[in-house]
Design a protein around this ligand. Structure first.
Ligand code: AMP
Length: 422
C-alpha cells in the first residue's frame, strides 16, 4: 500500500474547510493594510536559495535536475522568490510596494508535530519604505493577522542584528566565531554559548554581561552595553521610536525586546522579530520576519525591504489548542426523491437552489427515506426536502427542519423564499 511521503500530509474536506477559512481571514487582513496578493512558482533556480539563505536552509533544500539539465529547488521559503520577482518585473511600480502571498514550502527537516517537510506559509513583503511608521505597521500587521484569525494569546519578540553585531564587536569576536555563536544564541542555548565564548578567549565577566544583555528586555541595560557604538545606538533609537508607535498609535502592547532573536537566514539585517503562541509548547514560533537586503544581490537597485512569514499549519494547531471553533463545513439542503419518478424534479430543485448559492445535494444511491435521513443527519444538514408523488401533484414538496424534526408542505416556487427566511 502506498503512503504519503514522510513529512507531508493529505487534508480531508473538514481540514480543508479550516485552511480555506484561515486563508480568507488572512487575505482580508492583508488587504485591509493595503497589501496585494501575488504568486510565484513552487520551484526556482537552485542558485536563488544558495546565494544568501544561510547554511541551515541550504542543508534542508529539496533539489533536482530537470530534463534540460537545469539545477532547480523546491522553494524552502518565499522571500527570495518574491524579491526575484520584484527585481525582474516590479521595480518600476509605485513605492511602497506591499505584497502578500500564500504558498507551500519544502524543507528536508525532521518531521514532528508542527514541523513538516511540506508546509504552507502566509507572508508579506514591504518594498521601498523603512520609516518608523512603515516598520511599526509591519509589526502591527503581523500581530493583527494572527489575532484576527481568532487566536487569543500571541507575543512578539524583537531582536536586532545591528545591535548583536556591535555586541560581538565589543567582545572582539571574529566573523567565523560569530557564525558558530549565532545558532547557539538563536536556540537560546546559553550554557553552550558560555562555553563557546570562553573558547574564544572572552573573559568571564564579559561573558556574563553579554549573556545578561541577550536575555534582557531592559533598553537601559542594552544601551549601556553598546553605548560607544554609533550605529548600534542609532538602531536602538529607531527601535524605541518604532515601539513607541506600535504601542501608542497601533495599540499593540504584547511585545518584548529579546536580543537572542537572531533568525536563521543570512539575509536579515537590523530589526528582526518572531511571534510565538505559548499554547503550542515546543514548536511555538508562528511567525518570523524583519528587515533584510536581497535586492542588490539579485541585481536590483537598492531599496529598503522587510517582511514576515507566518506558519499556516502552526496557526491552525494553535487555534485548535486554544479551543477555537472553526466555522463548520455545511451542506444547507439535502433532497430525497421518494421514488425514481421524483428524481428529475429533485435535480431541478437542486439546480435552482444552487443558483442562489445554497449548497445542495440529493440522494443518488436510491437508498430510501430512513437511510437518506440518517445520511443527512450525519452530514449536519439544516433542511431536507422530500419530493413525493402526492405533493408533486400539487407542485409542492415537504420541507423538514433537521434540528426540530418539524415538517411543512411548501410550494416548489416558494422553497427559496422560505429557506432565505430561515
Ligand atoms: P522561517 O521561514 O523559518 O522564518 O519560518 C517562518 C514560519 O514558518 C515559522 O515561524 C513557522 O511557523 C513556519 N515553519 C517553518 N518551518 C516549518 C516546518 N518545517 N513546518 C511547519 N511550519 C514551519
Amino acid at each position: 500500500m502506498f503512503q504519503v511521503p514522510r513529512g507531508t500530509r493529505d487534508f480531508t474536506p473538514n481540514e480543508m474547510q479550516k485552511r480555506r477559512y484561515l486563508e480568507q481571514n488572512m487575505a482580508t487582513t492583508f488587504t485591509s493594510f493595503g497589501y496585494g496578493e501575488i504568486q510565484t512558482p513552487t520551484f526556482e533556480n537552485l542558485e536563488l536559495f544558495t546565494a544568501k539563505s544561510g547554511e541551515s536552509i541550504i542543508n534542508e533544500l529539496y533539489t533536482f535536475t530537470d530534463k534540460g539539465g537545469r539545477e532547480l529547488a523546491l522553494r524552502p521559503e518565499l522571500t527570495a522568490p518574491v524579491i526575484r520577482f520584484y527585481v525582474e518585473r516590479l521595480q518600476m511600480e509605485p513605492k511602497p510596494l506591499k505584497l502578500f502571498y500564500f504558498g507551500n514550502c519544502y524543507r528536508y527537516d525532521r518531521p514532528q508535530k508542527g514541523r513538516y517537510r511540506e508546509f504552507q506559509q502566509a507572508g508579506c513583503e514591504i518594498i521601498g519604505a523603512d520609516t518608523f511608521e512603515a516598520t511599526a505597521e509591519l509589526l502591527a500587521l503581523a500581530f493583527t493577522l494572527l489575532k484576527n484569525t481568532g487566536l487569543k494569546n500571541v507575543r512578539i519578540n524583537l531582536g536586532n542584528l545591528t545591535i548583536i553585531s556591535a555586541m560581538f564587536k565589543k567582545l572582539k569576536l571574529l566573523k567565523d566565531d560569530q557564525k558558530t555563536l549565532l545558532p547557539l544564541i538563536d536556540k537560546s542555548l546559553f550554557d553552550d554559548l558560555k562555553i563557546a565564548l570562553g573558547e574564544c578567549n572572552v573573559s568571564e565577566k564579559e561573558i556574563d554581561s553579554f549573556i545578561s544583555v541577550l536575555q534582557s528586555s531592559d533598553i537601559g541595560e542594552i544601551r549601556s552595553f553598546i553605548a560607544d557604538d554609533h550605529d548600534a545606538m542609532k538602531e536602538l533609537h529607531s527601535m524605541e521610536a518604532i515601539l513607541d508607535l506600535l504601542k501608542n498609535a497601533f495599540h499593540v502592547n504584547e511585545f518584548e525586546i529579546k536580543l537572542s532573536i537572531v533568525r536563521g537566514l543570512d539575509y536579515y539585517k537590523g530589526l528582526v522579530f518572531e511571534i510565538d503562541a505559548p499554547v503550542l509548547g515546543a514548536e511555538k514560533q508562528l511567525c518570523g520576519g524583519g528587515s533584510y537586503e536581497l535586492v542588490s544581490l539579485f541585481g536590483g537597485t537598492v531599496v529598503p525591504t522587510a517582511g514576515f512569514a507566518v506558519g499556516f499549519d502552526r496557526t491552525i494547531l494553535a487555534l485548535e489548542a486554544e479551543g477555537f471553533i472553526f466555522p463548520p463545513s455545511k451542506l444547507d439542503v439535502f433532497i430525497i426523491p421518494v421514488n425514481q419518478d421524483m428524481v428529475s424534479t429533485s435535480i431541478e430543485i437542486a439546480q435552482q437552489l444552487r443558483n442562489h448559492n445554497i449548497s445542495v445535494d440529493f440522494d443518488q444511491l436510491r437508498r430510501g427515506m430512513g437511510k437518506s435521513l440518517k445520511y443527512a443527519d450525519a452530514k449536519h444538514v439544516d433542511k431536507v426536502i422530500i419530493v413525493g408523488p402526492k405533493e408533486l401533484e400539487k407542485k409542492t414538496v415537504i420541507l423538514r427542519d433537521m434540528k426540530t424534526g418539524n415538517q411543512e408542505t411548501v410550494a416548489i416556487t416558494e422553497i427559496y423564499g422560505k429557506l432565505k427566511k430561515t
